[in-house]
Design a protein around this ligand. Structure first.
Ligand SMILES: O=P(O)(O)OC[C@H]1O[C@H](O[C@H]2O[C@H](CO)[C@@H](O)[C@H](O)[C@H]2O)[C@H](O)[C@@H](O)[C@@H]1O
Length: 248
């Protein structure tokens, strides 16, 4: 029996004590050229709306919390942004972050989009893939010089001043006392969450959402790999009376 079907059986016994957790970019929102163009896939809205009244939903994302609140307005979801890391910096760290942002914008080619985040900067080379080695080299120098942490994602590297949390730690905390837990993600940052699922003693399902640049490690560790359209259908199947819905 596929893992999702086993998860669904357990979930339907007691939806109120289950948890459905999702990454945002690449999972609930298609990957687009620049971060500010990203939007919740319109086909996700209705299933998430219906499920939010039946069970607990968590959005665990590297995006800032305020940004996610706007994206999920009108939906009953718990939002954990910035990988669960604090979003306020000490005055000294704020100065360092602003300096790094200014230097990245001055020293890297203008085709590199520098994203200002609450405790990090993300350097996007999606629109200039040839510049990946230059961007990584620049980021590695800053990592060593300022004792930062460097994380990789889809056409992006992120230099974080605080790395006290990750998606795995967030999911571990949210999963306590649940009878069934599902997590869906699409990038390297989601691997820690999929690993946590493997330690839980309840019905779980880890989904790798397939799009461009899906990391091999993610699809290897996930129970199933699905397209975003399949994920929509899986969510619809968790709503009692699902037959009334038109599946895609
Ligand atoms: O944890 P997530 O919700 O998956 O956020 C991870 C990062 O996603 C964003 O970047 C990615 O999506 C962009 C929009 O589709 C795309 O242009 C970029 O290439 C991707 O890496 C976001 O900009 C980052 O801040 C998030 O950390």
């Amino acid at each position: 029996m596929p893992q999702f079907a086993k998860f669904r059986d357990a979930y339907l016994v007691q939806p109120r004590s289950a948890l459905l957790a999702f990454d945002f970019d690449g999972t609930l929102a298609p990957i687009v050229a620049t971060p500010h163009e990203a939007k919740l896939d319109e086909n996700m809205y209705q299933p998430l709306h219906a499920l939010g009244e039946l069970t607990d939903i968590a959005i665990i994302s590297g995006r800032p919390t305020d940004y996610l609140r706007q994206q999920f307005a009108g939906l009953q979801v718990e939002i954990i942004g910035n990988y669960g890391r604090p979003e306020r910096l000490s005055p000294e760290s704020q100065v360092l972050l602003h300096e790094l942002i200014d230097r990245a914008r001055n020293e890297l080619p203008s085709s590199i989009f520098v994203e200002f985040k609450p405790s990090s900067l993300a350097l996007h080379f999606r629109n200039a893939p040839d510049l990946e080695p230059e961007v990584i080299h620049w980021a590695q120098i800053q990592e060593r010089k300022h004792s930062l942490s460097l994380d990789f994602g889809k056409s992006v590297v992120e230099l974080a001043i605080i790395n006290s949390s990750n998606k795995g730690k967030v999911l571990h905390s949210l999963a306590k006392g649940r009878t069934a837990v599902l997590y869906a993600g699409d990038d390297l940052g989601d691997i820690s969450a999929l690993k946590v699922l493997q330690q839980l003693q309840v019905a779980t399902c880890g989904l790798a959402v397939i799009s461009e640049q899906t990391p091999l490690e993610l699809s290897t560790i996930a129970d199933e790999s699905v397209t975003r359209d399949q994920l929509v259908n899986y969510l619809i199947s968790l709503i009692p009376g699902e037959d009334d819905w038109e599946t895609r």
